[in-house]
Design a binder for this molecule. Structure first.
Ligand code: COA
Length: 316
C-alpha cells in the first residue's frame, strides 16, 4: 500500500466579517431565519485589494512554513476552486510564480465545486506516485462573494470567502486515502452561468433539491470510505464534513451514528466556502490540536456537479 500523509496546513480569511445583521440591511432576511435554517451567523467577504490568489498564496505559504518544506521540494500544486481571479491562467500558475515553485511542478486548477479539495487530494496522491518530488500543495480557495446576487436572499446568505491549504507527502508505506469520488451530472440544481449563456455569473440554486442530495450523499460517501479502508467508523478520529448547512451535518451525524464531538465545524463563522470549506476546517483542527499526529480525519465534500468526494487522511 502507498499513499499520502498530511504534513501541515494553512489558512487565510479576508478581514471583513459580514454578519447576518449586516445582510439584513441589504436584503429581506433576518438573523433568526439564517441561524435556524443553516447554522450560519457570519462569513468573511473580500474587500479592498484582497484577491483569490492572495488568499491562496497566504494559506499555501503558511502550510509550507509550518511543514518546514521548501518550495523546491514541491512536485504538484493544485488549487480547487470555482471563483479564481482569472479564467486563465490558473490560480495554481500564479502560485508557482509567487511561491517560486520549480518550473516542472504540475500546476493546475480543479473544478469539482465543494468536493474540489477532496478531489484534489486524490489527484495529488495519483500524480505524486509518478512525480520526481514527493510533496504536493493542495489548496481550496474561493471568493464566492463575487458570484452572489445580493438581491437573492436564498443564496447570498449562505456563502463566504477564504482559502485553506494542505501540504501532503507521498510515501511507499503511507496509507492510501481510500478516496471515493463521484458525480451525478445536473446543471439545474446548482450552477454559475458561463459566458455562453449571456446571464450574469451568479450562483443559482434549487435549495431543496441540493438539500435532499446532500443528506443522501454525505453519509453514504463517509460510509463507503470507511468500508474501503476496512475500518469501522468508530476508529475515525475526526470527521471533516463540508460546511454547507448545519442541518445537513446534523442529519449525517445521526444517520452514521458517530460521536457528534468528532464532527465539530466552523460554519457559524465561515458560511459555505465551497472548495475552501474542508481545508479551512482541517487547518482549525490541526492548529487547535483536535487532530493529532497519527490520527485519521475522514473528509467529505459534496456540491455542484452534482459531485461528492471522501478520503481518509492521516496527520503525519
Ligand atoms: N431569509 C428569510 N427567508 C428566506 C430566506 C432568507 N435568507 N431564504 C429563503 N427564505 C424564505 C423563502 O422565500 C420561503 O418563503 P415562502 O415560504 O414564503 O415562500 C421560506 O423561506 C422557505 O424557503 P425554503 O427554500 O423552503 O427554505 P429551506 O428550509 O429549504 O432552506 C436553504 C433553504 C437554502 C437553507 C436549504 O434548502 C439548504 O440549505 N439547501 C442546501 C443548500 C446547500 O447546502 N448548497 C450548497 C451545497 S454545496
Amino acid at each position: 500500500m502507498n499513499g499520502i500523509k498530511l504534513i501541515s496546513t494553512g489558512s487565510a480569511l479576508p478581514e471583513r466579517v459580514v454578519t447576518n445583521h449586516d445582510l439584513a440591511k441589504i436584503v429581506d432576511t433576518n438573523d433568526e431565519w439564517i441561524v435556524s435554517r443553516t447554522g450560519i451567523s457570519s462569513r468573511r467577504h473580500c474587500s479592498g485589494g484582497e484577491t483569490h490568489a492572495g488568499l491562496c498564496l497566504a494559506a499555501a505559504r503558511q502550510a509550507l512554513e509550518r511543514g518546514g518544506i521548501a518550495p523546491e521540494q514541491i512536485g504538484v500544486c493544485i488549487v480547487a476552486t470555482v471563483s479564481q481571479d482569472y479564467f486563465t491562467p490558473a490560480a495554481a500558475c500564479l502560485l508557482q510564480k509567487e511561491l517560486g515553485l520549480p518550473e516542472d511542478t504540475v500546476c493546475f486548477d480543479l473544478n469539482a465545486a465543494c468536493s474540489g479539495f477532496v478531489y484534489g487530494l486524490h489527484v495529488a496522491e495519483c500524480l505524486l506516485a509518478a512525480a520526481p518530488r514527493k510533496y504536493a500543495l493542495v489548496i481550496g480557495g474561493e471568493v464566492l462573494s463575487r458570484l452572489m446576487d445580493f438581491t437573492d436572499r436564498s443564496t447570498c446568505v449562505l456563502f463566504g470567502d477564504g482559502a485553506g491549504a494542505a501540504l501532503v507527502e507521498w510515501g511507499e508505506r503511507f496509507p492510501s486515502l481510500h478516496a471515493v469520488l463521484g458525480c451525478r451530472g445536473n446543471a439545474e440544481a446548482l450552477n454559475v452561468p458561463g459566458i455562453r449563456t449571456g446571464l450574469p455569473s451568479y450562483v443559482h440554486m434549487d435549495g431543496q433539491t441540493v438539500f435532499r442530495f446532500a443528506v443522501e450523499a454525505l453519509p453514504h460517501c463517509a460510509k463507503e470510505v470507511a468500508d474501503k479502508a476496512g475500518i469501522p467508523l468508530e476508529q475515525v478520529d475526526r470527521f471533516v464534513f463540508h460546511q454547507a448547512n448545519q442541518r445537513i451535518i446534523d442529519f449525517a451525524v445521526k444517520k452514521l451514528k458517530v460521536d457528534p464531538a468528532k464532527c465539530t465545524g466552523n460554519i457559524a463563522r465561515t458560511g459555505n466556502t465551497s472548495a475552501a470549506s474542508v481545508p479551512l476546517l482541517l487547518d482549525e483542527l490541526v492548529t487547535s490540536g483536535a487532530l493529532a499526529s497519527g490520527q485519521k480525519a475522514l473528509c467529505v465534500g459534496f456540491g455542484a456537479g452534482l459531485t461528492w468526494g471522501g478520503a481518509l487522511l492521516e496527520l503525519a
